[in-house]
Design a protein around this ligand. Sequence first.
Ligand code: NAD
Length: 508
Amino acid sequence: MHNPGHRFQAQDRLADGAQYIGGRLTKGTSGRTHAVVNPATGEEVYTYELAGTADVDAAVAAARAAFPGWAGTTPGERSDALHRFAAVLAERAEEFAQAESLQCGKPLKLTREFDVPGTIDNTAFFAGAARHLQGQSAGEYSGDHTSYVRREPIGVVGSIAPWNYPLQMAAWKILPAIAAGNTIVLKPAELTPLTSLLFAEAATHAGIPDGVVNIVTGLGKEAGEHLVGHPDVAMTSFTGSTAVGKRVAEIATATVKRLHLELGGKAPFLVFDDADLEAAVHGAVAGSLINTGQDCTAATRAYVQRPLYEAFVERTGALMASVRVGDPFAPGTDLGPLISHAQRDRVAGFVERARGYARVVTGGEVPQGELKSGAYYAPTLVADAGQDSEIVQAEIFGPVLVVLPFDTDEEGIALANDTPYGLAASAWTRDVYRANRATREIKAGCVWVNDHIPIISEMPHGGYKASGFGKDMSAYSFEEYTQVKHVMFDNTAVARKDWHRTVFGDRP
Ligand code: NAD
């Protein structure tokens, strides 16, 4: 193991607790503790006191107190702070990569080359975007008035994040919110608080005022629900499963909050018969196994047009079987464990039940030997399942790809659209008309052509259908984190205005 003693660099700094409130770490007051477990070994690496409702109240109060000052800064000042923030993150990149790999079981090459650089780039993007809040230009739309639009921050944002990309999810929630002048309280998943805490600490180090970024680490039912229902929280931004998203929506709606939901996915991977088979096979393996398949946009359902079907199944199965599963800190590792033993067992359950109606082409096993104590699962390809079966319809969130054949283009697109989800999809073809049709007709927030997974700070990420609504990243996220105010000035200086006759008296 390349992480002696399974410690992370910042372990001593986080000894003060896992709540970051008003610019400092404190211990949660719920009376209960929770452990961060290294999923590669099952060992506890960090035990902390969970946040209770009083900690959420304290964090919201800190964010509320910081709001007028932060909202009153100029876009240039917020931009400068975010540039400094990006620089601090870049200095600490390796510390973030190590902590993220340790708490999630992600291979170091993934955290070093994707999670951490992506977060630094996102921070730099929002440093620029902070100075570029756009709106309609002022004008005399009624003839007698000048109208303009102010784009204003909303207030205290309460955000809830999942465990699959803890650092990136914290960044996606915090950066657009604070770039637009809001303050925030983020609740990371209780399994993975480390990099959210380090992110908030880095914000303070960069000079972002105390109370602008707060982290409460607690259970969803307790700290999460209290945050969503809190009367001083103006907006809820949630990323997680569709089931929990529905509960969050109920609570947020009862208190009339702005709501942004980024929920589950079951992305189709549509291979037409003119596709580059080599590209499609490599894309399917990388696109389904990224982050051990715990990615809301991961390729989960490959639909392959009949002439390529058998070859696709055979080659994808062979390539999957060659993926090196192992210690996230070992240089030769491609794929780490799942987030927890519970998640691994859940994934295994889907595959075991599918054996009754489908064919497991490769994988479908819990690796033994050296990997026995970790939450590992072999990359798995399942063929011959029915479209209505559980393994095709439900979000598995593990290294499992299902492959099905189709005949006509219409059928392929219809099958791609045939789940409740609509987060992401890809179409594989060399025919521009087919590609254009697929991108037009697939109901998803992102459609790739001849690739699957890449994201970029400038472009929006968000769902259609049961995958939620609202956008993370890009200038579009400002639509979530700002509200527009219409300001209207009378230009006539006339006491008795023409329109008053609709209410009283006659025309003057
Ligand atoms: P989850 O829904 O179980 O938990 C997400 C967060 O919600 C956690 O912080 C959890 O503590 C909290 N939570 C749980 N119950 C709550 C409640 N009653 N009230 C308030 N908060 C509560 O999801 P997960 O298992 O952590 O993450 C996996 C899910 O996240 C998958 O469904 C995946 O598709 C989704 N996800 C979506 C996106 C996206 O952009 N659409 C990105 C990443 C993950």
